[in-house]
Design a protein around this ligand. Sequence first.
Ligand SMILES: Cc1ncc(COP(=O)(O)O)c(C=O)c1O
Length: 314
Amino acid sequence: MPRLGAHLGMANLLVKRDDLTGLAFGGNKARKLELLCADAIEQGCDTLVTGGGVQSNHARMTAAAASRLGLDCHLMLGGPHREPKTANLLLHHLFGATLHFTTDLELEAGADGYYALEHAIAGLTERLALAGARPYPIPIGGASTLGAVAYALAADELASQLPDAGLALVDTIVVADGSGGTHAGLLAGLPETTTVVGVDVGTRPDLDTAVASLSDAAATARRRPAPTGNVIVDHDHFGDGYGAMTAAGLEALRLTARLEGIALDPVYSAKAMAALMTRVRDGRIDTASTVVFWHTGGAVALFSTRYADALSKL
Ligand SMILES: Cc1ncc(COP(=O)(O)O)c(C=O)c1O
């Protein structure tokens, strides 16, 4: 990102384009779903079950993966079900998933909402099994050991790409943290000389411990030593909570669009970029170092009616 890097006074700002992973408009969940769906098929399951907010990218990509593999898909969505069918909600329909809405279990409600939604996914899985299906439950955001392993493999992929970029190592990676599996997998896969800054977008209350335990689990699954460093999570950028736009996020979204022609999303990547910019400006990230912004996707949400007002003022 040479133009955004120059704007921030940085020598080496790069972007990993996981917004271009290719499944149903792309995003980080494609890597997790590749391993999770293989496991589902190996176990003889015929139905993927997961959930998230009404505008969940993970739900959209799970629905698309199910279509591609000839599996059924049931989505438990927490949030107002009268929202117009736009953006991800439109795509859940398009990919033929069966939708269930938990009227009073809004993810936006914070801490309790997250656990209530996980509970609702478990309940739905049981009901489907009783009805004769072979359901494969996937936690919110694909935050399981396999999901984290997918990101340890992504770290290997990044390492293999560095020579082409003329780089020996990356000093810092900045990534959005929702359910924590992406951050966890990167920690498990990267050398300890690379600092991973996860930026909490307000999805789950136990984020720090979830990242730590998922990264240990991913390392163990790969028969590697568990990471020993501290988990670094930036809790200063989620504003009023999951899905709520922030002024710094809007600025990050605008600058990345105008200087790089890259669309971030209002819920995850814009807040992660806002944290990166804050850390460069206050000196926590050295402008001479090599920094990779891990773009996790999500730009479909730009087309949700929720953000139309805020985004029209950019
Ligand atoms: C666009 C986008 N970025 C980042 C994340 C966070 O990834 P993780 O859940 O692995 O923390 C998600 C999903 O939660 C997402 O949809």
